[in-house]
Ligand binder design. Structure first.
Ligand code: CP
Ligand code: NVA
Length: 317
């Protein structure tokens, strides 16, 4: 454990806006700590004692909100929820000034934002770590739990089908950074950002993993040990709902598509899901579904991350 704590000391004080704000080795260490602390809670007990973490949510949340607050409380810290509608932001105080003030009270800020640039602005205004709790661009906290879950079940490959959205972006980055065989199938009009594709290709090359971006769901799913999907209409993209649904029909995770995966492939979804839209309800409830373990892992993965970022871990070296 000492070796793991040593490896995590480099993360102390850093922002976490994208999954590859971490190096591959650091990501691996966070996941290893998350798995270890899930099995033995005492490893991280008291790691956030006396720490105060702000939780700012511009969009709804069940898992991220509760897993962060519960995790922080279990590790001895306290969480303060910040509703942007109740801040002076609504009356014209700038984001920069808000960040500078929060910096004087908090040990870290986790924020879920409409526009990723809000996180970038807050991170520039604050000395304390800023953590991305979902933006229109990425969802790195989700990806931590995703790769943790893949590791728990021993899956070496993961196929994502659906919208090339924030969750897909962070999942593909994290998977290639850890040397997995990562595949994604999206409609041509909803593919990953080309810059993200490049980063995934670079990571796959460096880690001995693989990366495939295709428009053909069967090509992605063929032989995969884990299959993954997300909603077709993300928060903030409701105006585009009709078009999304018309394009994403062939990318639904159906029993027919699932049959192409490896025998016993696990079924994943970040939740919330729309049953019988992007995922067949019978798959979500099948014995191969790890969807609710994945949801539980949000807390374990974030606990490991926060303990490393806020230095609780480095004090145990
Ligand atoms: N997966 C996820 O981030 O869920 P919430 O939107 O409920 O936080
Ligand atoms: N892509 C979804 C994920 C929700 C956790 C969204 O942004 O709404």
């Amino acid at each position: 454990m000492k070796e793991l704590f040593n490896r995590l000391s480099s993360i102390e004080g850093r922002d976490f806006l994208e999954v590859d704000d971490l190096l591959s080795e650091e990501l691996d260490a966070v996941v290893r700590l998350a798995v270890a602390a899930k099995a033995d809670f005492s490893l991280l007990e008291g790691c956030l004692k006396g720490r105060c973490i702000g939780l700012l949510f511009e969009k709804p949340s069940t898992r991220t909100r509760v897993s962060l607050a519960a995790g922080i409380s279990r590790l001895g810290g306290s969480a303060i929820f910040l509703d942007p509608n109740e801040l002076q932001l609504t009356r014209g105080e700038t984001l920069e000034d808000t960040g500078r003030v929060l910096d004087r009270y908090l040990d870290a800020l986790a924020a879920r934002v409409m526009d990723h640039h809000t996180l970038v602005t807050l991170a520039a205004a604050m000395e304390r770590p800023v953590l991305n709790a979902l933006s229109d661009r990425s969802h790195p906290m989700q990806a931590l739990a995703d790769v943790m879950t893949l590791r728990e079940v021993g899956a070496g490959s993961v196929a994502y089908v659906g919208d090339g959205n924030n969750v897909a972006t962070s999942l593909m980055l994290a998977s290639t950074m850890l040397g997995l065989d990562a595949r994604i199938a999206t409609p041509p009009s909803r593919c990953l950002d080309p810059a993200v594709v490049k980063r995934c290709e670079t990571y796959a090359k460096a880690t001995g993993g693989a990366f495939l971006h295709t428009f053909e769901p069967s090509e992605a799913v063929q032989g995969a040990e884990a299959v993954y999907t997300d909603v077709w209409v993300s928060m903030g993209a409701e105006a585009d709902a009709e078009e999304a649904r018309s394009q994403l029909g062939p990318y639904a995770l159906t029993p027919e598509l699932y049959r192409l995966a490896a025998d016993g492939a696990v079924i994943m979804h970040c939740l919330p899901m729309h049953r019988d839209e992007e995922i067949a309800s019978e798959l979500a409830d099948s014995p191969h579904s790890v969807i609710f373990d994945q949801a539980e892992n949000r807390m374990h993965a974030q606990n490991a991350l926060l303990s490393a970022v806020l230095g609780g871990v480095s004090q145990r070296r």
